[in-house]
Design a protein around this ligand. Structure first.
Ligand code: ADP
Ligand code: MG
Length: 226
C-alpha cells in the first residue's frame, strides 16, 4: 500500500486539526508488519479508517492492493473492502448475532460454502480460546471475549490486509503475545499487517518498523519513507 499526501477529515469535525489527517505519506510492502504508534487522539484510528476504506480522504493519492480507491467503481471497492480485515478499537460486533454468527458474517457475505463457513468460524473461535462460547451474544461476553470475537471476524476471511486497532487492550499478557505471534505468522503468508498500539511492552517485545503519528501527521517512526 502507498499513501502520498493524504488528507482526511471527519465530516462532523470542526475546522482545525482535530479529527484530521494532514499530508500522510508512507509505503508498506505486501506481507510487511508495521506498528502504528502515537498518543491518544493522534489520529491512529482515523488513519486505519482511511486504510480500511470507511473514511474517504479529502485529497492525496492512495494505492491499496493495486487499486486507487478514489478512481474505483463501487463494485471494485466492495471487492477491495472484502480483502481488508479490520479489528476495531470498540469491536463493533452485531449485538443481535451470536459470537459464531458475527464471525461467519463476512464469509456469508463473500458467498462461501455454508459447510466451510461453520467449520472455519468454529476453528478460529477455538484458536482464540472461545470454544463453548459460540452461541453467546455479545452482551453475554466479557470485554476480552468480545475483542477475541472481533479478532476472529477479521481473520476468518484470510485478508490480504489486516488493520488492528489496539487489538490487545482487553487481553491478558499471554493472549496478547500469542496474538502478536499469529499476526507475524500471517505476515509470513503475505498478509500486510498494521497494528495501532500504545502498549510499550508489546512494542519492545515485538520489534518491527513503525509509523508514528502525532496531531494527524507522520511524526517519525522507523519506517522507510516513500
Ligand atoms: P487515536 O486513535 O490516535 O487515539 P483518533 O483517530 O481516534 O486518534 O482521533 C484523532 C482525532 O480525531 C481526535 O481529535 C478525535 O477527537 C477526532 N475524532 C475521532 N473520531 C471522530 C469522529 N467520528 N468524528 C469527529 N472527530 C473524531
Ligand atoms: Mg484510536
Amino acid at each position: 500500500m502507498h499513501l502520498q499526501n493524504v488528507h482526511a477529515r471527519y465530516p462532523t469535525a470542526h475546522r482545525g486539526l482535530a479529527g484530521a489527517l494532514n499530508s500522510i505519506s508512507f509505503t508498506v510492502a505486501k506481507g510487511e508488519f508495521r506498528w502504528l504508534t502515537g498518543a491518544s487522539g493522534a489520529g491512529k484510528s482515523t488513519l486505519l479508517a482511511v486504510l480500511g476504506l470507511s473514511l474517504r480522504p479529502t485529497s492525496g493519492q492512495m494505492d491499496i492492493l493495486g487499486v486507487e480507491p478514489a478512481r474505483a467503481k463501487r463494485s471494485q471497492l466492495t471487492r477491495l473492502r472484502r480483502r481488508i480485515g479490520t479489528i476495531h478499537q470498540d469491536y463493533r460486533l452485531l449485538e443481535q448475532l451470536t459470537a459464531l454468527e458475527n464471525v461467519a458474517l463476512p464469509l456469508r457475505l463473500a458467498g462461501t460454502d455454508p459447510r466451510l463457513i461453520a467449520r472455519e468460524s468454529c476453528d478460529i473461535l477455538a484458536w482464540l480460546g472461545l470454544a463453548g462460547r459460540e452461541n453467546a451474544y455479545p452482551d453475554q461476553l466479557s470485554g476480552g471475549e468480545c475483542q477475541r470475537v472481533a479478532i476472529a471476524r477479521a481473520l476468518v476471511v484470510r485478508p490480504d490486509i489486516l488493520l488492528a486497532d489496539e487489538p490487545t487492550n482487553a487481553l491478558e499478557e499471554t493472549e496478547s503475545r500469542r496474538l502478536l505471534g499469529l499476526f507475524q505468522e500471517i505476515c509470513g503468508h503475505g498478509t500486510t499487517v498494521i497494528v495501532a498500539t500504545h502498549n510499550e511492552t508489546l512494542l519492545r517485545d515485538f520489534p518491527a518498523p513503525s509509523i508514528e503519528i502525532a496531531q494527524g501527521r507522520v511524526a517519525g517512526g522507523t519506517a522507510p519513507l516513500p
